[in-house]
Design a protein around this ligand. Structure first.
Ligand SMILES: [Zn+2]
Length: 261
């Protein structure tokens, strides 16, 4: 499985850039945490260099990613120094696939943000140089620019920044969504549920419906209590009965009823 190492820049004793009442270390953690949460619905493993206000050294960060065998290293930063906007960095001289990832991720982030696009760049930075896997560093706005800082103070804007990073990762690594999670309660539900469909206006449409249902399920048979209906079978657990009912609705538009046996 793809393993993404997320590195929120700075932390603890190292605030990073500061300006307009905010600190880079807090913004990078806020963005990276959002990225991690958004990635939870994909088939991907995620590890963070820090999950709170601590300061792992730069070597700690790259050592952790290397030891873990990360597929990709993503470092999240906020800029300062009098500019405005968004830029990304890879290690100088990087070729594909690193530059391909940079192109995809940079483009997906810029699609969602109204930051000035400062472009795709290269720089000899520790985390890009010492990581054994392709790596990117994103610089998300300038903390000392009032307009950029106002965006970084806005949680909804941080959501967008994170979503852009995730959309880029999904494209770059072809991440697929996990199957819908089943709660423990649902998993422990081993009761039997019957899915009934109908009612149908006459026997012919009931017969046709049964034919249709048999394209989706092994069992389907007439059930003529309270009108012309069909039973598509018995399912273990309410969740699987609901999934079956949703399939029937989506494919044929029939009304469905779920009943415990
Ligand atoms: Zn930084």
């Amino acid at each position: 499985m793809v393993k993404i190492f997320l590195d929120p820049g700075h932390g603890g004793s190292d605030p990073g850039a500061v300006g307009n009442g905010i600190q880079e270390k807090d913004i990078t953690l806020a963005i990276a945490t959002r990225i991690k949460n958004l990635l939870a619905k994909y088939n991907v493993e995620v590890k963070m260099s820090r999950t709170s206000d601590t300061f792992p050294s730069l070597s700690d960060r790259t050592n952790a990613a290397n030891a873990w065998g990360a597929t990709f290293f993503m470092s999240v930063h906020v800029n300062s120094g009098g500019g405005t906007g968004f830029e990304t960095f890879v290690y100088p001289g990087s070729g594909a696939p690193t530059t391909t990832y940079q192109n995809l991720i940079h483009a997906e982030i810029m699609k969602l943000l109204d930051f000035n696009d400062r472009g795709k760049k290269q720089s000899n930075l520790h985390v890009l140089r010492e990581s054994n896997m392709p790596a990117i560093l994103t610089e998300n706005g300038f903390i000392d620019n009032a307009t950029d800082a106002a965006k970084l103070k806005n949680g909804a804007y941080l959501d967008k920044i994170a979503q852009g990073h995730v959309n880029g990762l999904v494209k770059a690594f072809g991440l697929t969504l996990k199957n819908i999670a089943v709660s423990e309660e649902e998993a422990a539900d081993n009761k039997l549920y019957r899915v009934t469909t109908g009612t149908f206006k006459d026997v012919d449409s009931q017969k046709q419906a049964i034919k249709n249902l048999l394209t989706l399920f092994k069992n389907a048979y007439p059930y003529d209590t309270n009108g012309l209906r069909a039973i598509t079978g018995t399912f273990v657990g309410k969740a699987s009965a609901e999934t079956a009912a949703a399939k029937i609705k989506a494919k044929f538009g029939y009304l469905t009823y779920i009943k415990a046996e």
